[in-house]
Design a protein around this ligand. Structure first.
Ligand SMILES: Nc1ncnc2c1ncn2[C@@H]1O[C@H](COP(=O)(O)OP(=O)(O)O)[C@@H](O)[C@H]1O
Ligand SMILES: [Mg+2]
Length: 256
């Protein structure tokens, strides 16, 4: 029996003549880390943009927990339990770490209209508790009053993940969370992601193949907008078509 938190069917988007995501289907199981890998330009970020409502598909369907959420706007999806962090950072650089987290934590699901009068106080208390918890977990306690723009690159990426967790999503989409990170920061981030699994489901785009193989329960390989292969990390790595399209290219790039 499958228990999909996310299921995508025949998802398609075109930019002019280019079919960036071409009839893509897959499912992500609840509590798992599902990863999407593929060479640059394969359509990974476009896929995330479709799932998270940043762009609308030309065809196909997105289901969250069995509910059709195709074409929903990002805020509505967030309220329904789907959060994403961006490949390009999405923080308010001119605000402190605390303010960035509090703004995100205040986005609580809309309660009954009646309680709106009382909400500022209780919501604020809940938001502050969430900020505490996240700064502890993400090792940002010493940085609470620093402007996000002054953090190191690794700290910014960590804060970005913390921000996307503030609204307590059930599914988190991470687009290359370790991009540009040092080896040590990458290892720390991997440990954080591993720690989140089980508590929530994760859909990860990642360029670092070793990291993907190490972290993932299930891997989807994209190539030119299409799904080239999917399965357990070991099986995907051993697949000859994947070797040719992805690892071959990665090896070429490393040799250059
Ligand atoms: N908004 C857009 N307008 C036009 N072309 C786009 C847009 N977004 C992505 N593309 C193109 O779609 C293809 C897939 O891009 P992308 O989804 O970013 O790939 P990946 O994340 O796998 O590197 C690329 O050729 C890219 O140039
Ligand atoms: Mg991308």
């Amino acid at each position: 029996m499958s228990d999909a938190i996310l299921s995508v069917t025949g998802l398609t988007v075109r930019f002019g003549a280019l079919v960036a995501v071409n009839h893509l289907s897959f499912a992500a199981e609840r509590g798992n880390i599902t990863s999407v890998i593929g060479p640059n330009g394969a359509g990974k970020s476009s896929l995330f943009n479709l799932i998270s409502g940043a762009i609308r598909p030309e065809a196909g369907r997105v289901q969250l927990d069995g509910r059709d959420v195709t074409g929903w706007r990002p805020n509505r999806l967030l309220a329904a339990g789907l959060a994403r962090s961006f490949q390009i950072t999405n923080l308010f650089f001119e605000l402190t770490v605390r303010e960035n987290l509090r703004l995100a934590a205040q986005f609580v699901e809309p309660g009954p209209q009646l309680s709106n009068v009382l909400r500022p106080v209780s919501a604020n208390r809940a938001a502050l508790a969430r900020v505490e918890e996240l700064t502890e977990r993400f090792g940002l306690r010493d940085k609470l009053d620093e402007l996000a723009g002054y953090l190191s690159h690794g700290e910014q990426r960590r804060l970005e993940i913390a921000v996307s967790l503030a609204a307590r999503p059930r599914l988190l989409l991470l687009d290359e969370p370790t991009q540009g990170m040092s080896h040590a920061d990458t290892q720390d981030t991997a440990a954080l992601i591993r720690g989140l699994a089980g508590e929530l489901s994760i859909l990860l785009i990642e360029h670092d193949v070793e990291l993907v193989m190490d972290l993932s329960d299930h891997v989807i390989v994209m190539h030119q907008g299409q799904k080239l292969a999917e399965g357990r990390p070991e099986a995907v790595r051993a697949d000859p078509s994947v070797q040719a399209a992805y690892f071959g290219e990665a090896a070429d790039a490393a040799a250059r």
